[in-house]
Design a protein around this ligand. Sequence first.
Ligand SMILES: *[C@@H]1O[C@H](CO)[C@@H](O)[C@H](O)[C@H]1NC(C)=O
Ligand SMILES: *[C@@H]1O[C@H](CO)[C@@H](O)[C@H](O)[C@H]1NC(C)=O
Ligand SMILES: *[C@@H]1O[C@H](CO)[C@@H](O)[C@H](O)[C@H]1NC(C)=O
Ligand SMILES: *[C@@H]1O[C@H](CO)[C@@H](O)[C@H](O)[C@H]1NC(C)=O
Ligand SMILES: *[C@@H]1O[C@H](CO)[C@@H](O)[C@H](O)[C@H]1NC(C)=O
Length: 663
Amino acid sequence: MKEGVKGHSLAMERNKSRGVLTLALFLALLEQGGAESERDFKMCGTWSHGKSGNLWFDLSRGCETIAIAANQSTLSIQGRIMGTCENSTTIPLPHISNKGESPFCVFWDPLLDLVQVEIGNRNHTLCRTVGLQESCCTFLSPESNEPAPGKYGIMNGSTKGDVITKNLQRMYSFFGENENCKQDFCEEAIESNGADLIEHLALRSGIMGEVDLPCAEVSTRELKQGFQGLDIIFSGPQSKPLKNAPLVSLPSSLMPPGKRNVKMVMSYYKQNILFQKRGDGDGGGEVRILNEVVGISVENEVIANLPDPVKIIFRHGPMAKNESTKCVFWDTREDPAEVTWRREGCDTIRRTGETECRFYHLTYFAVLVELRPGSMVDHLEALTYISGVCCAISFCSCVGLIFLLTKALRRKPQDRPSSIPIHRNLAIALLLLCLLFMSTGVLANVGTETLCRVVGAALHYSLLCSFTWMAIEVFSAFMLVYRVMDRFQNHRLLSLVGFGLPAVLVIVLVSIKDIYGTLEVVPSYDINNPYKMCWIKLGDRGVLVHYVTNVSFPVGVVLAGVVMLFLVLRQVQTRREWKQNRATFLSIWGLSCLFGCTWGLAFLNYGALSEAILFLFCVVNSLQGFFLMLRFSLLEWMKRQGSVMETSTGSTRQQMLQEPEKC
Ligand SMILES: *[C@@H]1O[C@H](CO)[C@@H](O)[C@H](O)[C@H]1NC(C)=O
Ligand SMILES: *[C@@H]1O[C@H](CO)[C@@H](O)[C@H](O)[C@H]1NC(C)=O
Ligand SMILES: *[C@@H]1O[C@H](CO)[C@@H](O)[C@H](O)[C@H]1NC(C)=O
Ligand SMILES: *[C@@H]1O[C@H](CO)[C@@H](O)[C@H](O)[C@H]1NC(C)=O
Ligand SMILES: *[C@@H]1O[C@H](CO)[C@@H](O)[C@H](O)[C@H]1NC(C)=O
């Protein structure tokens, strides 16, 4: 029953050869015994006749009864059941068996308005209308049967295999009821998920052109040799073009080579109800299929690997900004349990209000709508702009700071705080961080994936360096204040830790694949144009790495800072300088605190974060270098003030003011 249509994609995946692949399918034979529709009528029996016979029939419009009768010379069919067709004639049957017994069957397809009689291994079409019947006479059921007077008549009379009686009968009659056959057919197709039923029906109906059904608009065409391609808009009843119906553009390569003409069916389903996946869906509520589905098939051919694509433009109207479209096809594989929508091998071209899909094989096509979940940034453009500007300020500050610190390092060791090299290293790490952060967006869009991996790793390295140097700052400040005698001076060792430890970590992470690469940040206002940057990729491993290195590490540093601050405060409270310069001390401490706290904000970044905090985070974080510079200048200024006022204790106070960075 379902030749050509069903096997579409059976061979699709397996055939890598280019060009049109044609396979003559002999599924007709295999599917003979397939499910028969309730609508159709089939009455069979064995006609016991004389030496020769005729088939006489008289079919007229209406919905009453059909009587099938037989005597010695005539098998007669008289029915008032037809929708449109009327016919009456006598057909001589020269081929019937000379044994006096001939099996026969009478078929009635009310949807197609077709009556056929099979006798002597031949099918006779008694009546047929080209087209589908809306209102038709169906569900024919036995009304009465009359025994035969002599030895001629019908034996073993049955409908659809159910024996009515084995005895010899003169006549059987059946009556039908009026139904909306198209509606009925659509319900049947929906129930059996049988879009292929529709295409098959369109081919059987013999219509060339538009066939309209409640569940689909079908268009059949004959492709002739020298087919040049075709653009089609689906039209509705009375050939009115349908509003917003998909536009289909067929390539010339659709015509199977070596064929004179083939029939092609295109169907347009306004409801995707015929394409319900069996079994549970994937992705939960994140995806949905747009209602419109387009099916294209060529009779008795499997078409795959087309050199030019079939283009379908779905005109779905504007989508929500957080929705993205993707072309998909209905993969009809052997196992009906696995029938599903697939995305591979289709090109999607998105335009406002429409999506163009390009496919290289024939089956059913639709548009999948993906809903991106909430982790989107609402004002990504503004954020990238702001952080870019702040980063540039930071960058300049870092350059200035490094210059000043290098100058300060030239002073005599006793004239300068021992933490100067630590400050300088932190400034270097931040400089690198800003530089890479500013370039990562550009490099991600122009560079290759390999370059992006390198840049991503470098960016992570510079961030980790900044963290370690901040940790060292905290620790050294603590050492200076809490245990003044025990300055730790080994700056070589510190440099090794500050720059070496992150390097080891990043090298280990690089050796694990799939950590660094292009990260797409999706803005909520336009999810189809993600902002790309080179960073840690989103993925199970990437997220783990992010939490361990970029969240836990700074959180640990912040916590250590809090503990140390507590100890330091207890220590300095008793000192004289504390009482004198409380205000200045607290202001600098506050600045340091703000500086350190920004990394505390980073911790919140991957959770639900209000926009205000996100902006604050962005600004404060990218101004780190600037804060560092500000703090250094303030300290220098205070030192100068202090040395004017109180030359002897200046250096002690200076040490005291090297507050922990963290709050
Ligand atoms: C058989 O039936 C046909 C039609 O019903 C009738 O015309 C014919 O005369 C009948 N033949 C015999 C021998 O009864
Ligand atoms: C005659 O037509 C019926 C219904 O279309 C079909 O099932 C049957 O196989 C056909 N028989 C022959 C001999 O072609
Ligand atoms: C009427 O019956 C004859 C004989 O079977 C057939 O050739 C002809 O096509 C039929 N006409 C219609 C309209 O079906
Ligand atoms: C009628 O059917 C029975 C079995 O159901 C079979 O044995 C018999 O041969 C059939 N008669 C004819 C005339 O086909
Ligand atoms: C997508 O956007 C619409 C409005 O544009 C909104 O109602 C809906 O909640 C959003 N969905 C998600 C998952 O963000």
